[in-house]
Design a protein around this ligand. Structure first.
Ligand code: AMP
Length: 761
């Protein structure tokens, strides 16, 4: 293990004479943090420990908490410490800065080198400790750079050294390498050439697209140029897709799979790409059905152009297995010629059944180039999708259609039991059948490309319309479920027919309904027709109804609602965002905290989506979640005794995967915006963990209340119970209300206060 905290530093106990240093390294992967630390440690006369999150867990990657513990233990042993993790965001640094004190100076060494350099280094490297290398590194580095917040002295650093080029890095190396055990370094900020500059000019030169206003006359080519005010660091310290592509091919000098440029562009554009509805589709008919590539690419471009403006924030991705794919390069070239927005439509090299796990591309819908019988078999995409999705897809398909005519498609909601759903985040498969020019396959058109192109157009139309109908129905379902999820109204009204009434865009041979998920969509339609918003509580009630009538209670979770599930199942992929990982739980900050401190404890048990699924046999899982939640609340209370905490579950959660909210009772957050947010934490909609534990052990399940009425209740202060007409008025009231918490909260340990806090906060 890199920390390798040995006991050689015994000198520290007896009258330690030197001041220790905790150096928090700040920099993207590939910026040279580890090399920097190792170089200093080789040449410095001072005892150092290097804490590296990529190797802290017996040589494997670990958690922030492990880093904190190791750093604290090394400091106790008298060592100075390099904290070798990216630390690009202020929040990621905060807990480490707190390790400083009268005997420990906290420094930041910022390796703020050009994104181009970091990416090309990350892509090229091999045997990286954290396995961040090759094509996937580009997207990760770029995404991280987007969030970069340079450290400030006000965070608690006594010294910040900013390195923006190799000379700066060398100077910092010399400074730290030359530090003897008794030496100290002056406090302050060093290396900031132009403290007012908001951008890295090196990067600006690299980026071709500089949207400086013409009247400033600034070209960003000289380090003396004034910085255009609207160009922010965030926007320019990462790269656009095109630049990444050229970097990837420059750097790798080989085929780069699963990392074609526009995915990165779309990550840039959309923040978390897993929230963006995405259809991945193979080229139809060009493989086994031997359709001419030139003609097929024209049709693809024509249809993409037609649909691209209807997509809202959704996107289309043409996928093929190899970089050398003819159809991919034709389409790519034609899309560029036509200036099709690369954030809305792009090509991607990868296996359509492993887009997320193999290439980091999150697609909630995939298209299958199906056969007319809608059965597994043959080769290519059809065989791959049926095999990866497991028998669940075959069953779900058969419930909807028995066969397909060329030019048509059928949408199949993927049961959550399918590995494609759990592993890749795919919620729907759209089977689509294109025209056939292969004499050895059925319905051969014998080279009739007039008819062939017509059918191919029809097939893509049907496919894209089907995708838009899914997007629309998921938008509706998400609306009201989680106001934080951004889904633009995207589809023109004439498609709305498809949304509820006709999920299937093909002929009479196809059944209109079937599995539980589709059932739910149909019920949602009923609600919507009478003018009510489909919302979280509604969805939950529908499930409850289903339960009563013996229908499976599986809920149709949209792609956006699967983020926590993916985190729980693949925590190692999200480790920079996690506070704790264990075999049973994952702890993370709520992405849209509704209070000063708001974290989520996720169960890692696959199949336990929400409170309604919990039964007696899950009691131990809930107890573990409760204990972990308490531990974190205690930690927060230790840091700030004025806080108070509640631990609980939402009766009907918006996000899949059982999660416990640990939330401070100040509700001081810009994310708390509406009545639903407030009532979801301050009515019986919020089920206190202690009560849930009791109910499960006594009755084998939790009591779930009438959600609708709870979420629409009037706004009342959670302390004095006074009523308020709006959220701003309520927020202004609670910021000063010091009334004691109601006795119901003080009973049974529902409210957690600091131990020393005898009076209520
Ligand atoms: P609920 O499902 O109603 O219990 O609440 C889900 C919680 O997850 C909300 O508090 C959201 O702010 C939060 N949330 C939504 N997306 C994410 C995400 N990707 N990571 C962490 N928290 C999230």
């Amino acid at each position: 293990m890199d920390t390798d905290i040995d006991d050689t530093c015994k000198a520290k106990d007896e009258e330690k004479k030197w001041k220790q240093i905790l150096v928090i390294m700040v920099g993207a992967p590939g910026s040279g943090k580890s090399t920097f630390c190792e170089h200093v440690m080789r040449s410095s006369a001072r005892p150092w420990a290097r804490i590296c999150q990529d190797t802290i867990n017996k040589g494997k990657s670990g958690t922030k908490v492990q880093c904190l513990t190791s750093a604290s233990s090394a400091l106790k042993k008298g060592k100075s410490v390099f904290l070798d993790r990216c630390n690009l965001e202020r929040e990621q640094r905060t807990d480490f800065v707190k390790l400083g004190g009268p005997e420990v100076d906290v420094h930041a060494v910022v390796l703020d080198l050009p994104a181009k350099l970091c990416i090309s280094r990350s892509v090229k490297r091999i045997e990286h400790e954290g396995n961040l290398q090759g094509g996937k590194a580009a997207a990760v580095v770029n995404r991280m750079l987007q969030k970069k917040e340079l450290p400030k002295l006000s965070e608690g650093f006594s010294r910040i050294t900013l390195c923006q080029n190799e000379n700066d890095v060398q100077a910092a190396l010399d400074t730290y390498s030359g530090l003897g055990p008794l030496d100290t370094l002056p406090h302050g900020s060093f290396g900031q050439k132009n403290p007012d500059a908001k951008i890295q000019l090196g990067i600006m030169k690299f980026l071709k697209k500089v949207d400086a206003p013409s009247n400033t006359g600034s070209t960003a080519s000289s380090t003396q140029d004034p910085v255009p005010p609207q160009i922010t660091e965030e926007k320019n310290s990462c790269l656009e897709g095109q630049e990444i592509t050229s970097l990837l091919s420059d750097a790798a000098g080989e085929e780069v799979k699963g990392t074609e440029n526009p995915e990165v562009a779309s990550v840039n554009q959309n923040g978390s790409s897993s929230d963006v509805p995405t259809l991945a589709f193979p080229s139809l008919s060009t493989s086994d059905f031997q359709f001419n590539n030139e003609k097929a690419s024209d049709v693809i471009i024509e249809k993409v152009e037609e649909f691209v403006n209807k997509l809202g924030n959704a996107r289309l991705v043409l996928v093929d297995l190899t970089q050398g794919s003819k159809i991919l390069s034709l389409v790519r070239a034609k899309a560029a010629q036509k200036h099709i927005n690369p954030k809305k439509f792009f090509t991607f090299v990868g296996d359509i059944t492993r887009l997320y796990t193999g290439g980091g591309l999150c697609c909630n819908v995939i298209a299958n180039a199906a056969n007319w019988r809608l059965k597994p078999g043959g080769g290519g995409v059809n065989a791959a999708i049926f095999s990866a999705a497991g028998p669940a897809l075959e069953v779900a398909t058969a419930e909807r259609a028995k066969s397909l005519y060329p030019g048509n498609s059928v949408i199949v909601p993927l049961p959550s039991t399918s590995p494609l759903c759990g592993r890749e985040g795919v919620t729907h498969v759209i089977h689509v059948l294109g025209p056939n020019m292969n004499p050895r396959r059925p319905n051969c058109l014998d080279g009739d490309y007039v008819k062939g192109c017509e059918i191919l157009r029809k097939a893509y139309t049907s496919l894209f319309e089907g995708f838009l109908s899914i997007v629309r129905s998921q938008e509706k379902l998400s609306k009201g479920c989680n106001e934080d999820i951004r889904l633009e109204p995207s589809v023109s009204q004439d498609h709305s027919e498809d949304v509820h009434g006709n999920y299937i865009s093909t002929g009479d041979k196809i059944k209109r309904d079937g599995g539980h998920e589709y059932e739910q969509s149909k019920k949602c339609k009923t609600q919507n027709e009478v003018g009510t918003d489909i919302n979280l509580s509604r969805a939950a009630n529908l499930s409850a109804d289903n339960e009563k009538i013996g229908v499976s209670t599986s809920k149709a979770w949209g792609s956006w609602a699967q983020a926590l599930y993916r985190t729980a199942m693949y925590p190692e992929r999200h480790k920079d965002d996690l506070l704790e990982i264990s075999d049973d739980v994952v702890v993370l900050n709520d992405l849209y905290p509704k209070a000063q401190k708001h974290i989520l404890v996720l169960s890692r048990f696959d199949g336990l989506d929400r409170l309604a699924d919990v039964r007696n046999e899950h009691l131990q899982i809930l107890q573990t979640m409760h204990a972990v939640g308490m531990k974190w609340a205690e930690k927060f209370l230790h840091e700030d005794a004025s806080l108070a905490f509640r631990l609980g579950y939402h009766s009907a959660p918006s996000m899949r995967q059982l999660h416990l909210h640990v939330i401070s009772q100040d509700f001081n957050s810009k994310h708390l915006k509406n009545k639903k947010h407030w009532n979801s934490f301050n009515t019986a909609f919020f089920c206190d963990s202690v009560d849930v534990l009791e109910e499960i052990s006594n009755h084998g399940k939790a009591t779930l209340k009438d959600y609708d009425s709870l979420l629409s209740m009037e706004l009342r202060c959670h302390r004095c119970r006074s009523a308020h007409p709006s959220i701003p008025r309520l927020k202004s009231h609670i910021s000063s209300c010091r009334a004691p918490f109601p006795s119901s909260l003080l009973e049974n340990g529902r409210l957690m206060l600091a131990p020393r806090n005898t009076a209520q906060p």
